[in-house]
Design a protein around this ligand. Structure first.
Ligand code: NAP
Length: 248
């Protein structure tokens, strides 16, 4: 197995992309902390799925936008599984609206959950990883942070911020054998889209060269690659998993 003896923390792993990442890493041998915010039952289902595949997992409730709770999450991984090798900053929300109508709270919540949480968890994890001279940090960013999306000034800013953080941190910790990369996901079938108007989803679908939305498992495969030893010489990279929407 690729991740035997590795401990992974996946934030926002009760459903969607985080769930798929947790199951992928767990099924390949990692001991996984399944972080969730509100859905304890769903997180326990993810734990059960990992255990069924032969892996080890535990659920842990934390609002990762809060520094102390993020530190608690990392501490839990170390206490229960004796280390932390892989951190996947996946937890995220959308609160869409055109800027003139966007409430200040919608701006603050999105920046806090998507960007500050990435800072919080990375800060807590890096201290440990530096001591052990090993680490893999993968941030789940978005094409919205690369190309901008109308109605998403908050979300696009948070995701562009994650990409900047990824590159800066990659340079800070590279000498300690820690890699930091991002996955810029496109239109992936999850609950995050449930309040998005159909016409906006149709518009996005029409922009995808591969002509379909993506599945959470397709993002999970990219994350597993970046977390693996096969990606040891890749850092500060933003890997597109978007059906070809953004091509540099
Ligand atoms: P989702 O299905 O809505 O799941 C969101 C997850 O984040 C849930 O597990 C939720 O936990 C967790 N979460 C929310 N706030 C949290 C907090 N404060 N602390 C801890 N966990 C929290 O979303 P998704 O589509 O899988 O998105 C996952 C990530 O991928 C996000 O960062 C998103 O921006 C990014 N992304 C998604 C797409 C897409 O098309 N789906 C595209 C690009 C990027 P509970 O269920 O326990 O509340």
């Amino acid at each position: 197995m690729r991740f035997d003896d590795k401990v992974a923390v996946v934030t926002g792993a009760s459903r969607g992309i985080g769930k798929a990442v947790a199951v992928e890493l767990g099924s390949q041998g990692a001991s996984v902390v399944v972080n969730y915010h509100t859905r304890a039952d769903s997180a326990e289902e993810v734990v059960a799925a990992i255990e069924k595949s032969g892996g080890k997992a535990l659920a842990y409730q934390a609002d990762v936008g809060d520094m102390q709770q993020a530190q608690g999450l990392v501490k839990f991984a170390v206490e229960k599984f004796d280390g932390l090798h892989i951190l996947v900053n996946n937890a995220g929300i959308i609160r869409d609206g055109f800027i003139m109508l966007m409430k200040e709270a919608d701006w603050d919540d999105v920046i806090r959950t998507n960007l500050k949480a990435t800072f919080n968890c990375s800060k807590a994890a890096v201290r440990l990883m530096m001591k052990k001279r090993y680490g893999r940090i993968i941030n789940i960013a978005s094409i919205s942070g690369q190309m901008g999306n109308p109605g998403q000034t908050n979300y696009s800013a948070s995701k562009a911020g994650q990409i900047g953080l990824t590159k800066a941190l990659a340079r800070e910790v590279a000498s300690r054998n820690i890699t930091v990369n991002a996955v810029a996901a496109g239109y992936i079938d999850t609950e995050i889209w449930e309040d998005t108007p159909e016409e906006a989803k149709e518009r996005l679908l029409g922009m995808i060269p591969l002509g379909r939305s993506g599945q959470p498992e397709e993002v999970a495969k990219a994350v597993a690659f970046l977390a693996s030893d096969d990606a040891a010489y890749i850092t500060g990279h933003v890997l597109a998993v978007d059906g070809g929407i953004v091509m540099h």
